[in-house]
Design a protein. Sequence first.
Length: 186
Amino acid sequence: MSDANTSQDDEGPHEGPIKTPKQLILAVLFSFVVPIFAIVLLVSYVTTEHRSGAGGDGLTPEAVARRILPVGTVAIKDMSDAGVLKSGEQVFAAQCTACHTAGVAGAPKLGDADAWAPRIKTGFEALLNAALKGKNAMAAQGGGDFSDVEIARAVVYMANKAGAKFDEPKVPAAAASAPAVQAAAK
């Protein structure tokens, strides 16, 4: 009960940090300006395009352009050396060696007479047909981009290394005259 009758002497006059009207105006102004400034900074940070961190780049112009690329494209090859046919060994080294040197996916190894014997018995035409059109795990032309004559030369090269006695295929007349025409043009 004595608490209700406390004297005024213990408590001093109530004063705040604002003592003048100028300070009051500044306090009110800053109480509105500071939060608005903080909100503007936060919005500009959130809407910044180039920020690192979590999230994907799925909506960037580069990613969108990659997704809408056409399914197919036209490739124009340089035909300046079109008349120069590669030898069977060159085609083998460029394309066939990947599987036929190690025997990958059941491919007969180069020089393995036992593995090549049943294939050689089927004849050159059957071997060439399998090489041109593909067989089992081997894609057409072994996945390469060579002329039929070059593939035939590679087939002869591999079969002859395993004991066959196939003759190298003859170059068609149009292909044989191409180097002469090119040489005359130069």
